[in-house]
Ligand binder design. Sequence first.
Ligand code: CP
Ligand code: NVA
Length: 305
Amino acid sequence: MKNDLISIRDLTLDQINSIFKLSTLLKKNKNKFSKALFGKTIVLIFQKPSNRTRVSFEVGMYQLGGNSLYLSPAEINIGVRESIKDVAKTISRYVDGIVLRTFEHKNCLDMAQAAAVPVINGLSDFSHPCQALADIFTIKEKLKNLKNVTLAYIGDGNNVCNSLLFAATKIGMNITVGTPKGYSPEDQVVKYAQEIAQLTGSKIKITEDPLEAVKGAQVVYTDVWASMGQEEEISKRKIIFKDFQINAKLLANAASGALVMHCLPAHRGEEITDEVMDSKNSIVFDQAENRMHVQKAILIKLLKG
Ligand code: CP
Ligand code: NVA
């Protein structure tokens, strides 16, 4: 049976660790894997813009000896020009894997169900699993042992926040989420993360106080206040989120030398200041680089599986 990567909820700790192990090998020795996916092709069906996800998947696939194709809504306007099911069934006859970036998470589930080839969620409104895997891999690279490490996610309880809650609890890190009232992650996400945390010993805290959220954290993470598709809400959100900006003053409450993370793209001057983003503790571009290494591992696992 084929495997997909739709949400980190579907991965076991062993699978996550095995992705990380292969990611480390791929990062260390690019040439050794230059034929790993020789003759294979993936298609990227993207309904939203992308820099990192598109480029890292396309270059990653090329480095593994395979090919990739990018299809924007102008070619495949899923659900409009053709149903998801028909797109999935047709594309499965040509390619070895599909990366889907879409709005509704259900589109990923429907695509995975109808496709005969592995489907990878390249971001939906609900989750961004490749991002969170690369993020935890990056933290592990920097801090080695994640036990008793706290990641503070500050800002909107969005897709990235959801995936970090799943990934951090599965790996056994502590996670604190600080959002304005009304912007916390969905109850079902927190409930699931709490269940996992009970098994792995992670501690979870959800708060509406940004100071309390960053307090003592070794890693401070943020994302845009308005995600793709919510652009018209930005002026309202700039007011609601103003105390949740990652700036030097807020960061002073975190552990000394706390690492700063952002999935990017960043809206400098909104959720993060230039000073913090460009500081020596910022690892945002290491995160961006690791997207490629981790996704190459995911591609090998799913396409060779
Ligand atoms: N972080 C991330 O997924 O970036 P892109 O939207 O540019 O792909
Ligand atoms: N939350 C952001 C993440 C971008 C990588 C969005 O969905 O636009």
